[in-house]
Design a protein around this ligand. Structure first.
Ligand code: ZN
Length: 321
């Protein structure tokens, strides 16, 4: 008898406790709007510069999930199972959209993890250019989609006459990418459309100013050539009427004949710097640099901090042109 009373009492206490916890959590949401993770729009992106774009437009409302982590290349990276799991929370995936290996190989699988994700193609509205086959078209135009091209024993030939995937390194292209991201955010979170469009306009203005600044800075250069190990700066070069000469050919280490010609050309134009990226091996770049009595300088095609990074890339290239 006593026991039954106790049980009744316990039974009454429980709903009260649940109600209390419920009230507490309600009040904490009311007091701290936006601090609850569940309220954020989770946006997945392929590369770090896109995360900068998403955060510029989405501000505090978004949380980004980056597929290719710092230090890795979107030409070769493979996502981990943990990363695939993270996609189940995403409302949107902003793909680069240019034919870049990570997406060619993985996009279908990434989408299959979360069919509710809105997939935004950041390249929509961007004219793709062909990778520059500067001075040599002697190789067959193979087109493998896979390959460990930066380990020095790769077989990837996408950089040879195919569309150049590095669209984000043009500030003008970046403006289109940001606009596409903004449209996507408006679609998945229409409630905050005004905010997204305002942020977008502010960031586009900053990009516009950067582009004007770089256009002016590159205007009166005499030498417009620069040598880079991995040809990531084709769109950048196009925008400012420069010419990138790649050491790497067809996504692989160059052959001796090509290297000799490249070194001759560098000497002819008195080029003393070979640019390399922190994500890739600098071995061949160092060989060329030694031959021209120059040095290897790192510029990062994948840094997250987009505007300052493009500014320092430009400053580095300006030093040698
Ligand atoms: Zn690349």
């Amino acid at each position: 008898m006593r026991q039954m009373v106790r049980m009744k009492g316990g039974g009454l206490l429980l709903p009260c406790a649940v109600l209390l916890v419920g009230l507490l959590s309600l009040s904490s949401i009311a007091c701290f709007p936006g601090q609850n993770d569940a309220e954020n729009v989770v946006v997945a992106v392929t590369i770090l510069p896109q995360a900068a774009f998403v955060e510029a437009v989405g501000g505090d409302r978004v949380e980004t999930v980056v597929m290719v982590p710092p230090g890795f290349s979107p030409h070769t990276y493979e996502p981990t199972p943990e990363q695939m799991m993270q996609l189940s929370r995403a409302a949107m995936y902003a793909s680069v959209g240019s034919p870049i290996e990570f997406e060619l190989a993985w996009m279908d699988k990434l989408i299959s993890v979360n069919r509710n994700m809105l997939v935004v193609d950041c390249s929509y509205g961007i004219d793709l250019i062909k990778t520059d086959g500067h001075h040599h078209d002697q190789d067959a135009r193979n087109h493998d989609e896979h390959g460990d091209q930066y380990g020095g024993h790769g077989t990837d030939h996408h950089h040879h006459g195919g569309p150049d995937p590095h669209i984000w390194l043009s500030v003008r292209n970046a403006m289109t990418m940001v606009t596409n991201i903004c449209e996507g955010l408006v679609q998945v979170d229409p409630e905050h459309e005004r905010e997204y469009r305002q942020n977008c306009a502010v960031y586009l203005e900053a990009l516009q100013r950067l582009d004007e600044e770089l256009t002016a800075a590159f205007e009166d250069l005499e030498n417009r050539l620069f040598i880079v190990y991995h040809p990531a700066f084709g769109y950048f070069a196009r925008d400012y009427d420069l010419e990138q000469i790649a050491v790497e050919q067809g996504g692989t280490e160059p052959d001796a004949r090509y290297l000799i010609r490249l070194i001759e050309e560098a000497r002819e134009h008195d080029i003393r710097v070979v640019f390399a990226a922190p994500q890739f091996s600098t071995r061949s770049a160092e060989v060329v640099a030694a031959e021209i009595r120059g040095e290897v300088v790192l510029i990062d095609p994948l840094a997250k901090d987009y505007i300052p990074n493009l500014r320092s890339v430009a400053a580095a290239i300006m030093q040698v042109t």
